[in-house]
Design a protein around this ligand. Structure first.
Ligand SMILES: Cc1cc2nc3c(=O)[nH]c(=O)nc-3n(C[C@H](O)[C@H](O)[C@H](O)COP(=O)(O)OP(=O)(O)OC[C@H]3O[C@@H](n4cnc5c(N)ncnc54)[C@H](O)[C@@H]3O)c2cc1C
Length: 455
């Protein structure tokens, strides 16, 4: 039997799509400057057993598989590959169990990140990892990329919240990893192995996630700086202080102007950068924390600071930050970079980013998670301008090299995907990469899971 005939027989009617008009929406992710391939089919299973059945058929026929969540990848991780099966988890979108006593939730991979916090907030709980894409990215994708977000500076990243996983391996075997208990050290940390493996080691079909008590509110501070270096100094000095902000985000002048054009919030268009900080400590400590942060910003050279505990004002500022990417996406083709350095090296990184843009005549906007030292220098390319794209990609490479020169990482949260693979060896070293390849071969000897990404 042919691959498609066998796949169709293994899955319920309506689960396998082959009409290009219908499968087209599964080809692209948000790495819009890369050209996606054409999948041989798209499977939309609704149970773990169906995922396992599809994987077994693909393994028998040596057909590669692209696991796909909500397709918001910025590193080409979920783009279709010519002749591969795209396995979309979007129909596995149930919250299976909410255990408020133990502060745990069990979800299928297609549940959207923001839906977990929406579903748990009435119980006074929340799920901390909050990518700016939280309304349009899935938990399966978050686990596969070890996603970060805005409040990770205080609460940590996805890895810190994954307690158990159910995973379908490359031969269709289903395994469970992790422990039901808070502590548990039996065996190797297989959960940790799958978190951040970008769909190359297994397909996540269920996740048990830790929740936290929802803070009662937050105080918010905004500061504007005349130079990027002054903003970098402020970040370094807050990071080295007694404060524990729950969020510390930065936007440069170009980003502020683009956001201001779109939202008209009265942001200072002349400032070199804007720093946004929140404290969700209990009252009255949060007010004290933002006041102290404002003092540190002023000492570092801020031209203006303001604080608020009004939730609507705070949400408007947060929206300005979250909209930076989507607003820029309206203006042209975006090549997102995602590099990280120690927080004390942010000023040096920002300087190198500016130089890279100038050197190649590329338009670069920088915003990101300053509290984690994780920056998103984003190159804006006019559509249908191959020369501008070529120059932007040269600047992209220089920015990645700059992060490595500064002892940082080629990707803080978006993943290696298709676009950063050439840089991986320089970051992790040859022997480490060889070991990673051996692990990949052990779990996926025929190299069928998300080939061409990462390794
Ligand atoms: C405007 C914007 C803002 C963003 N902000 C952030 C941010 O703040 N922080 C951040 O970390 N990221 C951010 N991202 C990137 C993106 O949203 C994340 O990488 C997210 O985790 C991807 O989730 P997804 O469901 O869309 O996954 P997809 O794009 O569908 O897939 C991403 C990767 O995960 C794999 N995968 C997906 N589901 C599974 C599964 N069930 N099992 C195994 N592998 C799977 C895919 O093969 C692929 O390698 C942003 C993206 C955009 C467009």
């Amino acid at each position: 039997m042919s691959f498609l005939a066998e796949l169709g027989a293994a899955l319920p009617d309506g689960t396998v799509l082959t009409d290009p008009d219908v499968t087209d929406r599964f080809r692209m992710d948000r790495t819009t400057w890369l050209t996606p391939g054409c999948p041989v089919a798209v499977a939309l299973p609704t149970t773990t057993a169906e995922v396992a059945a599809a994987v077994k058929v693909a393994a028998t026929h040596r057909v590669p598989i692209v696991p796909r969540g909500a397709g918001s990848s910025l590193c080409g991780g979920s783009q279709a590959i010519d002749g591969a099966l795209t396995l979309s988890l979007e129909r596995m979108d149930r919250i299976v169990d909410l255990d408020t006593a133990d502060e745990l939730v069990v979800v299928e991979p297609g549940v959207m990140n923001a839906d977990i916090t929406r579903a748990t907030s009435e119980h006074g709980l929340f799920y901390p990892p909050d990518p700016a894409s939280r309304d349009f990215c899935s938990i399966g994708g978050n686990v596969a990329t070890n996603a970060g977000g805005l409040c990770c500076v205080k609460y940590g990243v996805t890895r810190d919240y994954v307690q158990r996983l159910e995973v379908v391996l490359a031969d269709g075997t289903v395994i469970e990893t992790g422990h039901d208990t808070v502590k548990g050290v039996a065996g190797l940390d297989m959960t940790g192995l799958f978190v951040g493996s970008e769909g190359t080691l297994g397909i996540v079909t269920r996740a048990m996630l830790r929740l936290r008590r929802r803070p009662s509110g937050a105080a918010t501070m905004v500061a504007f700086f005349p130079t990027l270096t002054a903003a970098g100094r402020a970040v370094a000095s807050i990071a080295g202080s007694e404060l524990t902000p729950s969020l510390m985000e930065i936007m440069d002048r170009a980003t502020v102007n683009v956001v201001e054009d779109a939202l008209g919030m009265g942001l200072d268009r002349e400032a070199a950068s804007l720093l946004l900080l929140q404290s969700d400590a209990p009252e009255p400590l949060r007010g004290t924390e933002v006041a102290r942060a404002a003092e540190l910003c002023s000492s570092a050279g801020a031209s203006y600071t303001a604080a608020t505990e009004d939730p609507d004002e705070a949400e408007a500022l947060m929206q300005a930050r979250r909209m930076a990417g989507p607003v820029l996406e309206q203006l042209g083709e975006l090549i997102w970079d995602d590099v990280g350095v120690r927080r004390s090296r942010i000023p040096a990184l920002l300087g190198r980013i500016e130089e890279a843009g100038e050197r190649h005549g590329a338009q670069v906007q920088t915003f990101g998670h300053a509290g984690d030292g994780n920056m998103h220098p984003t190159l804006l390319v006019p559509r249908d301008d191959p020369d501008a794209r070529r120059r932007a990609l040269l600047a992209f490479d220089d920015i990645v090299e700059a992060a490595l020169d500064l002892g940082g990482t080629i990707t803080g949260e978006h993943g290696v995907g298709s676009i950063k693979a050439p840089f991986l060896e320089r970051e992790v070293g040859r022997a480490n990469l060889a070991l990673q390849r051996r692990i990949k071969r052990t779990l996926d000897p025929d190299g069928l899971l998300n080939p061409g990404r990462w390794l």
